[in-house]
Ligand binder design. Structure first.
Ligand code: ZN
Ligand code: FE
Length: 255
């Protein structure tokens, strides 16, 4: 069993703290150090690892300071190791390592950046996917190609449907407002958005989400939806073509 703590930082980032045993505590994508140190103290956990999904500063900003203080090991994508500050261990697609009683599997999911990995906890069915899949959205395609991003999303889509998706930002409300313009008749999307609105009004987090809910309501996982294809005048087009169109529309969407 692992226990997971959410640390909201900056305007909309989530840092995740994962404890598996006395010898295994990891922080995922630490943007800044102080809230991580506070949460470690509160739980009486000793930081042993940093897991970085990609190089962006809002995911690696605290790497060196936390490593200095705790002597932890930094794990990141082999395909982008030069840009991960203080990296010790490089992993690529399908690599596995033990973390307490858990096995963690690495998935290469490029697109947002050239090198981007996810950490999948087999037993707990928990996915830490950085800026690739968001609740009701997906990351911007900055360095990779649309095809890479779509392939990465398909890999995630093929995980067990009960998988809990721990993304790195609270973007759900804005994502959902866009999703409703793409698939306005999706009843499950409408119901989910009502829940998201209520939660955000109360300041409650909408992350993690469940993969099944993403598959049923997140337009970026739904290029095969007939409603979406009709809406975009792309009936019968490939998943990649439809995905690309949705991503481009989101890039210019002002909700
Ligand atoms: Zn990023
Ligand atoms: Fe980010």
């Amino acid at each position: 069993m692992i226990s997971i703590k959410q640390i909201p930082v900056l305007s909309d980032n989530y840092i995740w703290l994962i404890n598996a045993s006395e010898e295994f505590t990891a922080v995922v994508d630490p943007a800044i150090p102080d809230p991580v140190i506070d949460e470690l103290k509160k739980n009486n956990w000793k930081l042993t690892h940093i897991f970085n999904t990609h190089h962006h500063n809002d995911h690696t900003g605290a790497n060196l300071e936390l490593k200095n203080i705790t002597n932890c090991k930094i794990i990141g994508p082999k395909s982008d190791f030069q840009r991960i500050p203080g990296i010790d261990i490089c992993y690529k697609d399908k690599d596995e390592f033990s973390f307490g009683n858990e096995t963690v599997r690495i998935m290469d999911i490029p697109g947002h950046t050239k090198g981007h990995i996810a950490f999948y906890f087999n037993k707990s069915q928990a996915l830490f996917c950085g800026d690739t899949l968001f609740a009701l959205g997906c990351g911007r395609v900055f360095e990779g190609t649309m095809e890479q991003m779509w392939d990465s999303l398909v890999k995630i889509k093929n995980l067990p449907k009960e998988t809990k998706v721990y993304c790195a930002h609270e973007y759900t409300l804005a994502n959902g407002n866009f999703a409703l313009t793409i698939e306005p008749e999706n009843q499950k999307l409408k119901i989910r958005m009502n829940e998201v609105i209520l939660k955000r009004e109360k300041g409650i987090s909408t992350v993690p989400s469940i993969l099944l809910d993403e598959i049923e309501t997140n337009p970026f996982l739904r290029p095969d939806s007939i409603e979406i294809q009709k809406k975009l005048s792309l009936v019968g087009s490939s998943d990649l073509e439809v995905f690309t169109k949705i991503r481009l529309l989101k890039d210019s969407f002002r909700g």
